[in-house]
Structure formats: structure tokens, C-alpha cells
Design a protein around this ligand. Structure first.
Ligand code: FEO
Length: 400
């Protein structure tokens, strides 16, 4: 049975949800599932924008068949060639053999890498920046968006209805729960954290490229954003665009302290907890702590983009950084984290080494300053070290 959602007089969401996926991209848990969005424009010509992941292909083809009725599918626009969106190109071509594929040259090359389709030359329409496709009453313009999130990515702008088909940009983890528009749900409370986790982990590394897309988008009159994951935006677009502005320039959203800690027997945790309490006494609000052995790095990466200050507290392990903290630090490096104020707490029962090793990694982050004196625990925090924590808390609070 179809599950189609009508977005405008002639545009339909024909995507589907996967609520049983264990790990998105094999890495990220998505406890609320994920949606794969595909859009079908029913103009004089019928135009499908992107396909879906193979996990939801049955629903997808039911949706398309329902909207098309007895019409044929004329065009497939491919904005992004990652398999969570392109998996059904082969099946689509098999089902609608006359379909014309609209994409850029890099996408065409990637189609050849993923599939062996033998699509005749006259069924390709290869586009570049600013090229257009007129489908009847709609005029679609193609805007290149390399590295948001792969090199071939483009977005499609419908200047008739002022719609932006934004590919991965402005997407979110989380399945679509009945409603389709972001303004129909309590997005800020239910989805913004997952939108941040999605952005920072999937696209966070590519801030400058996202900035290029935002600058191009600023020149367009956009009334609706149709991303490839999550809800469609038609109201208060500025709220989400402002988040993207901050995330892509690595500007913290709040002035407060994130404290990820790695603790084997609870002593490093104890120091982190006491520091957090002292920060609270100094008036710092919304402090957040994570045990790196319990929480997947993707959640901590997301908050690292949100918070202005981060205190990393880790025990020494095999003469290195404790494994879960080391993974987190490398993940943050990979996602290009920068522009933060950092403090470090280390622990070690015979040769504390994690402080130097953490500092070595952190010192490579752009515009990042290490503040306060490093605190070194020898197995556990001693009474006479409380003063050290007090001083560190004051130094951190003074910069907030
Ligand atoms: Fe949702 Fe980059 O794919």
C-alpha cells in the first residue's frame, strides 16, 4: 500500500522510512530510524528527484506507481550518488526503460562505477552549474554543491514554486512520523539534536564547502527545502539556516562546557564530576558530561560543535590515551573541529601519559586554545588537588 505525502499541488514525497536499521553508514546508531526522501513532480513531464536506499525499495515503488497512475516516468534527476539515495537507479531504469537521466558528469561517472546499466546516449542529459530543465510549468535549475557531502553532489532549484531540493544538506536522522513538514512537529525539542548529529558527523568536515552552498542559496528565493533525509522545511527556514551557518563555520552555539571523560575505575570520572560541580557553582549553565566508553562518539562530536569549551579527562592506558577517548579525539580531528577552548585532565597510576598525547592531537585543531593548567591525577584525586580543580574551573568560567 502506498504511503505518499502531497507537498504542493503537483509535488509528492514518495520516500520511505527505515526504523530497523542498525547503523547508518555502518557507523551511526539511529534509534529513531531514518527516512530516505524521494520527490515526484507531476508536471507536463513527470520528474523523480533521487531514489532511495535498497532497504525501502518496495514502499518506494508502490509510492511512485500510485502517484504516476497510468502516466510514464519521464525524468530521473540524480543529485547525489551515495547508495542510500541511488540504490534503485537500476530497478527504476528497468521499470521505466524510456526514462531520461539528468545529472552532472561526475554523477554519470559514478553511475558507471556502481552499476552496469547500458543506458543509451540519448537518454542522458548531462548538466552543469546553472543549466535548466523545463518540465511544463516548472523550471528547474541545477546548482553544483561539491563535498556536501560527496564530490558529485548538486542541488536542484525549482524557480516556479521556489523549492530547493537540497540533497544531504538540511537533512536529519530520525524517521518521518506521519507529518512531513518540520513546522508540524516540535522540531527543536525532538529533532534538532539529531539534525546536529547528522550534520556534524556526515558533513561536518566540509564546512567551507557548505558555506559555498549557503552563499549560492542566499541568492535564491527559497520557500521550501526538500532534503534527502528528515522533514521538509516550509516555515522559519532561517532557524535551520542559522544552525547551518554556525555549524559550517565551527562557531559554537552556546557558551558552556562539554566534559567527555574516560575512566576505568571511576577516579577520572570523580575529578570530572567535581570540576563540573565547581563550574556550576561559578554560574556556568547547561554543562554536559559524557562517559566516552558508554556514549558513541557521534553524539559527542555533535555536542563538540555546539559547545564553546571542552574538557577532556582521560586515564592512561597501555601508555596511551584510553581507547574510547582516543577514538573520540581522532573522530573530532576527522570532522575538522576547531575554534574551541580546551582543558585537559589526565590520570595514570605509574606513568601518566594521556595528557601529553591528548594535547598533541588537540594542538593540531585550528583556532583552538588550551586553557588552564593541566591537572594530573596519580590514580585518584587527592584532597590537596581540590584547589587545582577550583583554579581550573575559575579559568574556564572566566572565558565564558
Ligand atoms: Fe544521505 Fe550522503 O547520503
Amino acid at each position: 500500500m502506498h504511503n505518499v505525502k502531497k507537498l504542493t499541488k503537483d509535488l509528492y514525497w514518495v520516500g520511505a522510512n527505515d526504523r530497523r536499521i542498525a547503523l547508518f553508514e555502518g557507523v551511526y546508531s539511529v534509534p529513531s530510524g531514518v527516512s530516505y526522501n524521494s520527490y515526484l513532480l507531476m508536471d507536463d513531464k513527470t520528474v523523480l528527484l533521487d531514489t532511495v536506499d535498497k532497504a525501502v525499495n518496495h514502499q518506494f515503488f508502490e509510492n511512485i506507481a500510485h502517484v504516476l497512475g497510468n502516466r510514464n516516468l519521464d525524468y530521473l534527476i540524480i543529485n547525489h550518488m551515495e547508495p542510500d539515495h541511488c540504490a534503485e537507479i537500476g530497478s527504476l531504469v528497468a521499470k521505466y526503460p524510456d526514462i531520461k537521466i539528468v545529472c552532472n558528469a561526475k554523477i554519470q561517472q559514478m553511475i558507471g562505477q556502481y552499476f552496469e546499466l547500458n543506458i543509451p546516449e540519448n537518454q542522458w542529459q548531462i548538466v552543469k552549474e546553472g543549466d535548466t530543465l523545463e518540465t511544463g510549468s516548472h523550471k528547474l535549475t541545477f546548482v553544483m554543491a561539491p563535498m556536501v557531502h560527496w564530490p558529485e553532489v548538486m542541488v536542484t532549484y525549482d524557480s516556479t514554486d521556489k523549492l530547493l531540493f537540497s540533497a544531504d544538506a538540511f537533512g536529519s536522522f530520525g524517521a518521518i512520523d506521519g507529518n512531513i513538514f518540520a513546522d508540524e512537529v516540535d522540531f527543536d525539542h525532538r529533532y534538532m539534536d539529531e539534525a546536529r548529529r547528522y550534520y556534524t558527523n556526515i558533513v561536518g568536515k566540509y564546512g567551507p564547502q557548505v558555506q559555498m552552498l549557503l552563499k549560492k542559496a542566499a541568492g535564491l528565493d527559497i520557500q521550501m527545502i526538500c532534503p534527502l533525509h528528515g522533514y521538509v522545511w516550509r516555515k522559519d527556514l532561517g532557524i535551520f539556516i542559522d544552525k547551518y551557518q554556525k555549524w559550517s563555520t565551527y562557531e559554537p552555539e552556546i557558551k558552556s562546557v562539554l566534559i567527555p571523560y574516560a575512566s576505568v575505575y571511576g577516579n577520572t570520572q570523580n575529578a570530572a564530576e567535581i570540576l563540573a560541580g565547581k563550574l556550576a557553582q561559578l554560574g556556568v549553565k547547561d554543562i554536559k558530561m559524557y562517559d566516552t566508553s558508554v556514549i558513541h562518539p557521534s553524539y559527542i562530536v555533535a555536542d563538540a560543535f555546539k559547545y564553546s569549551h571542552i574538557v577532556f579527562a582521560s586515564t592512561t592506558y597501555n601508555m596511551g590515551i584510553f581507547v574510547s577517548m582516543e577514538t573520540l579525539l581522532h573522530d573530532l580531528t576527522a570532522h575538522n573541529i576547531q575554534n574551541r577552548k580546551i582543558a585537559v585532565i589526565e590520570n595514570g597510576s605509574w606513568a601518566p601519559a594521556s595528557g601529553n598525547l591528548m594535547t598533541e592531537i588537540i594542538s593540531k585543531w585550528k583556532n583552538t586554545e588550551i586553557i588552564g593548567n593541566r591537572i594530573t591525577l596519580k590514580s585518584s584525586l587527592k584532597q590537596n588537588q581540590e584547589e587545582e580543580l577550583e583554579v581550573l574551573a575559575k579559568e574556564i568560567a572566566a572565558t565564558i
